[in-house]
Design a binder for this molecule. Sequence first.
Ligand code: SAM
Length: 243
Amino acid sequence: MRIDIVTLFPELCDSFLSASILGRARAKNLFEAHCHQIRDYTKNKQKQTDDYPYGGGCGMVLYAQPIADCLRAVQAQCAAQGRARPHVVFLTAAGRPYNEEKARELAGYDAVTLVCGHYEGIDQRVIDAFGDEEISIGDYVLTGGELASLVVADSVLRLQPGVLAEEKGYQDESYWDGLLEYPQFTRPEVWEGRAVPPVLLTGDHKKIDEWRGAQSRERTRERRPDLYDAWCESHPLTELPKW
Ligand code: SAM
């Protein structure tokens, strides 16, 4: 898979994609990542990337032109590699909410391009002309789309084969099956008077799985009743624990 990030801060995005699990996977060519400077595609002498909003109001709006030209360059690079046209996502506070289901969907594309806004946002015309969708990572406003694009890139790239140490390791995590994960514990068995739940020390994997399943359902019911209700609807035959 190839991920491109279109941003005013390519170094910031690149350093994240070069660290830890993703950095190791990138070095092994398990995915390709490229971060592009919007400013490099400006056509004015000052290399200005933004201007006042039509209609007035505070803040500045990113020009359509340099973003469009950058996206055309990414498309040409993908075509030269024999890849399909990349799926283009604009990160916007007003986009549709992001979740694990969307991460799985994006992970199925051969190439995804993430476009980061800044200031007041991006001229809507380039979003309409090039965007396949607008995504928001939550009901709050960030100063720029960089963190949002990295959230999307991280959650998509970890699903690529070989990126996580254990094959399919991502399936045993919150949201994969619609529930939150059970609590995790490591050594020592007792820490500051708090003991690990005894069932985890039994070595009885059937019992451990049952305990983890019950914990997972209970946590989800308490913390995310919306997810719990949806899960119950899709698992009508599961015998639920008596609360
Ligand atoms: N004026 C915009 C609004 O009210 O919807 C907010 C602009 S925000 C200050 C600047 C940039 O940060 C946006 O163009 C977008 O790329 C990014 N951004 C802010 N919040 C975001 C969120 N929740 N999800 C995704 N991107 C976000």
